[in-house]
Write a protein that binds this ligand. Structure first.
Ligand SMILES: Cc1cc2nc3c(=O)[nH]c(=O)nc-3n(C[C@H](O)[C@H](O)[C@H](O)COP(=O)(O)O)c2cc1C
Length: 77
């Protein structure tokens, strides 16, 4: 099989990931307007974990209201 290492575990520091498939960070704009995780966000990440990815990277989080990106929702911290 080509790329068979993709299906083998890899250890990164103290964490062992079951395969080499990684979801990179992607801006999905599913968070709530106040920056908290929404049910839609949870469903989105859960679907990718159930799909078999070894590692799922979440998108950016807002550390200050002036740092908010995106255009869909206003931040009201
Ligand atoms: C917070 C964050 C959000 C991102 N959002 C997107 C995105 O919406 N679409 C996209 O193509 N890449 C996005 N990227 C970049 C991807 O994670 C990735 O680095 C890029 O697609 C290049 O992938 P490659 O190195 O495998 O070619 C984002 C990166 C970060 C850090």
């Amino acid at each position: 099989m080509k790329f068979e290492n993709m299906f083998t575990p890899v250890t990164i520091g103290s964490v062992t990931v079951k395969n080499r498939f990684v979801v990179p960070p992607m801006g999905n704009n599913f968070a709530n307007g106040d920056g908290t995780l929404s049910d839609r966000s949870k469903d989105y990440y859960e679907a990718r974990a159930k799909g078999g990815f070894g590692l799922v990277t979440v998108e950016a989080t807002v550390i200050d209201k002036t740092a908010k990106g995106g255009t869909k929702k206003a931040l009201s911290l």
